[in-house]
Design a protein around this ligand. Sequence first.
Ligand code: IPM
Ligand code: MG
Length: 364
Amino acid sequence: MKIAILPGDGIGTEIVAEAVRVLNVLDLQFETETALVGGAAYEAHGHPLPESTLNLARSADAILFGAVGDWKYDQLERALRPEQAILGLRKHLGLFANLRPALCYEQLTQASSLKPELVAGLDILIIRELTGDIYFGQPRGRRIATDGHFPGAEEAFDTMRYSRPEIERIAHVTFQAARKRSKKVTSVDKANVLETFQFWKDVVTEVHAQYPDVELQHMYVDNAAMQLVKAPKAFDVIVTGNMFGDILSDEAAMLTGSIGMLPSASLDRANKGLYEPSHGSAPDIAGQGVANPLATILSAAMMLRYSLNQPAAADRIESAVKAVLTAGLRTPDIWSAGTHKVGTREMGDAVLAAVTGKTITTKS
Ligand code: IPM
Ligand code: MG
């Protein structure tokens, strides 16, 4: 087994380092190889996703990814910006199924911006289609308008599109995932306005006929955004397109107290995957040793479960994370009065200790 380690930019290097330390104490047989990606790769090789990094990702059984991006690259032409690295990996590796669990740990209900009773026990799974939609649709660009409200004016455009097979395969992933949970799927669309999402709704409904044991409801994206903050526990599995999924998964993440807690998996049709925290590179706190490494550590657990077939090792990591939270350790993003504030490295140390069966105590 080979794991490609792509730390990326900003806090990426700090948090991935902790996840790699945790993987290393598990005594599993795997090799790792690290490569530059994002802004770091642009600095060194002039491209955010160099051929060598893409080849490493292709040859590996799984990829552990940190984060990419920094405001300082905002002026670069789009093809050279750090974000193109993650978009390119998703596209070139066919990672169409993005699993973003939003789990509210009982120890963290106080950290949520919603009332504790609304989020206690929250456990939803957002499945975001990741290689289609307006993110990748062609044509796109800038031009002089020949019609519309202002003919002759400069305009920009993107194309929202989904093909039947793209919708069918994400629907199958969703219904199969729902069978392992409480068999309840909400498909989020904008069928009242968009042709693309009327088609989405129709195809999801057709695929659903093969899963009569799973309950399916449809919801417009604006209403879904509202219901997520009104009664989030009413959801179990949510499936949606690339752009709505981008937005709703950040919203769902915040319900759990901190986006710093949420892992994600991006899978191809053979369950080869890229695993990354749901949060970004946070350049504002990079290098300070205060970033929360738990989302990345939990992403490593997802990697063991989905791509490397090591469910027991995944369980060990997830239990260790719960143990450190129970012991009261908190990075600043999840800190609340009465708990013990720690940095990235200390949090990693605590998870390492818990994974190896040591009792976690706080120093204060
Ligand atoms: C995400 C991120 C990416 C996206 C960016 C970095 C391109 O926001 O993974 O949710 O929009 O998909
Ligand atoms: Mg996003």
